[in-house]
Design a protein around this ligand. Structure first.
Ligand SMILES: NC(=O)C1=CN([C@@H]2O[C@H](COP(=O)(O)OP(=O)(O)OC[C@H]3O[C@@H](n4cnc5c(N)ncnc54)[C@H](O)[C@@H]3O)[C@@H](O)[C@H]2O)C=CC1
Ligand code: BAL
Length: 500
């Protein structure tokens, strides 16, 4: 746990911040070619925080051209992996030295609580970059079991120029999840942060230059969906890794098909089930996991445990415990270190979640149900049937839908009856049933008697419409950013041992 400042001290740090404004292309800070800017707001107050370069397709083209030049001349892609490691570890150390500034900037720009920024987002981002940096000089290529008359080498090569299109819910952490393995592998990257949250990505680019990352290797183009589209359609981008909504993810497949068939990796939404069976032990601990799973980051999490599928026998006792835990989840100014529930990302998103709160009012609201202030919604627990709007749609807000069920089999069937498949949890004291359930659940990550996303050592990604094409995190993340090459060497004296 990080030592936290007081609310007043955080306000003072926020007031003194020097916020970045320009895009970052070819190792320097640049306004958009058009000179246009857009406003970025503090979701907690609605006030304008600053302006940011409104890039367009010409800026994307410049960034891709510079990234391509860097990739082709080998200033990064052909460095010894140990040299790339040194730069990434230096960057992680610089971030550590600037962790407080990054945490406050992230909280101001996103509405996330300073508590989470200090304890999760920033330290995890640092850890992820260091982990991938330290990994890269320890991955070996392979030799195939071809005949003794041949040597067949299987090499991993960086995929080239990579576009990274990011969401607003974990701005710096998702950047780290993607640039960590991409840069470690030797790719050059063009990052498109969400328009709502560009600031920490721009600050990280400055720190990367200080750490010695060669110019052109990391570029940040700021703006909205049009900038993401320009990147998705660019003919000289070799692959795109995207995290965001399923609707937008689908568009990237069209961009690829319409342009150069670039590889697309999608990490999309979820409507993740959390199953609690009658025999679950230590309901207090279960409730703590349920609350964290549903309401962490205001429920704005693709792996949020947003469906509580609970057996009738334990439902009321569990919900009483959930209510107890939620008393500690104070809603308020994200810069107050006592606060656990900050602001929703934007007024537009607040309005969307409010729409679901109105739907909830027509069902059985068990806990909460109120708007605290413009932008802030209290954690809400509502009972609704399987198949209802609340039980089916990704709300991406602090609303947990409870779906009572009669049996283990029904719980699994309800859990799997969704177009998504990102994450799932199961709580039961019966070990065999827990593991059988984990096997049966159609999700990329299943946690047993806990809620979580795993850590940097475990791959993260979804089944079904929660994504495909690769995984973030773990050594498996490197698969996204590398391609395999076979080099076949014939060692025979005669020509008749040709490859069959
Ligand atoms: N899987 C996840 O982690 C996330 C899921 N979402 C879901 O998506 C919903 C809508 O949020 P949005 O911010 O609108 O998500 P989005 O998927 O539209 O935005 C994600 C990124 O894609 C970019 N983008 C938007 N439209 C694009 C387009 N046509 N072509 C290329 N890039 C484009 C955005 O600028 C942003 O950088 C949320 O309510 C939530 O349900 C949102 C953010 C993260
Ligand atoms: N929770 C990590 C991925 C995401 O929500 O975007």
């Amino acid at each position: 746990m990080t030592d936290l400042l007081t609310h007043e001290e955080y306000r003072a740090v926020a007031a003194a911040l020097d916020l970045p404004q320009n895009a970052w292309i070819d190792g320097s800070s640049r306004p958009a070619r058009s000179g246009k800017t857009f406003e970025t707001n503090n979701p907690a107050t609605g006030a304008v925080l600053g302006t940011v370069a409104a890039c367009d397709a010409t800026d994307v083209d410049l960034a891709v051209t510079k990234a391509r030049a860097a990739f082709e001349d080998g200033r990064w892609s052909r460095l010894h992996p140990g040299a790339r490691k040194e730069v990434l570890v230096r960057l992680a150390n610089l971030m550590d030295r600037n962790a407080r500034e990054l945490a406050v900037m992230e909280s101001l720009d996103s509405g996330k609580t300073i508590y989470d920024c200090e304890n999760v987002d920033i330290p995890e981002s640092i850890h992820v970059l260091k982990w991938h940096g330290e990994l890269i000089d320890k991955i070996y290529d392979q030799v195939s079991p071809a005949s003794t008359d041949h040597i067949a080498m299987i090499l991993r090569e960086p995929v080239g120029v990579v576009g990274l299109v990011l969401p607003w819910n974990f701005p710096l952490l998702m950047l780290a999840w993607k640039i960590g393995p991409a840069l470690a592998a030797g790719c050059s990257v063009v990052v498109k942060p969400a328009a709502e949250t560009s600031l920490t990505a721009l600050r990280l680019a400055e720190l990367a230059a200080d750490a010695g990352l060669p110019r052109g290797v990391l570029n940040i183009v700021t703006g909205g969906g049009d900038v993401g589209e320009a990147l998705g359609r660019h003919a000289d981008v070799d692959m795109v890794s995207f995290t965001g909504s399923t609707v937008t993810g689908r568009k990237f497949l069209h961009y690829s098909a319409d342009s150069n068939l670039k590889e697309i990796v999608l990490e999309l939404g979820g409507k993740n089930p959390c199953i609690v069976l009658d025999d679950a032990e230590d309901l207090d601990a279960v409730a703590a996991h349920v609350v964290n799973g549903a309401f962490w980051n205001m429920g704005q999490n693709c792996s949020a445990a947003s469906r509580l599928i609970v057996q009738h026998g334990v439902k009321d006792r569990l919900l009483a415990k959930v209510a107890e835990h939620l008393r500690e989840w104070v809603v308020g100014d994200p810069l107050n270190p006592e606060v656990r529930v900050g602001a929703l990302i934007s007024r537009a998103h607040f309005t969307k979640v409010l729409g679901y709160l109105k739907v909830a009012a027509k069902e059985t609201v068990v806990i909460g149900g109120k708007v605290v202030a413009e932008g802030f919604i209290e954690p809400t627990v509502v009972e609704a049937s399987h198949g209802s709007t609340l039980a089916s749609e990704e709300i991406f807000g602090p609303i947990l839908t409870v779906i009572p069920v009669g049996s283990f089999e029904e719980a699994i069937a309800v859990a799997n009856d969704t177009t998504y498949g990102l994450a799932a949890s199961i709580f039961t004291a019966n070990g065999k049933r827990a593991l059988r359930g984990a096997r049966m659940l159609r999700a990329g990550t299943v946690t047993v008697n806990s809620f979580g996303e795993g850590d940097i050592t475990t791959p993260f990604g979804g089944y079904k419409q929660s994504g495909f094409g690769g995984r973030d995190n773990a050594i498996h993340a490197h698969d996204q950013y590398t391609q395999l090459k076979t080099i076949w060497v014939d060692l025979s004296d005669t020509a008749d041992t040709a490859i069959e």
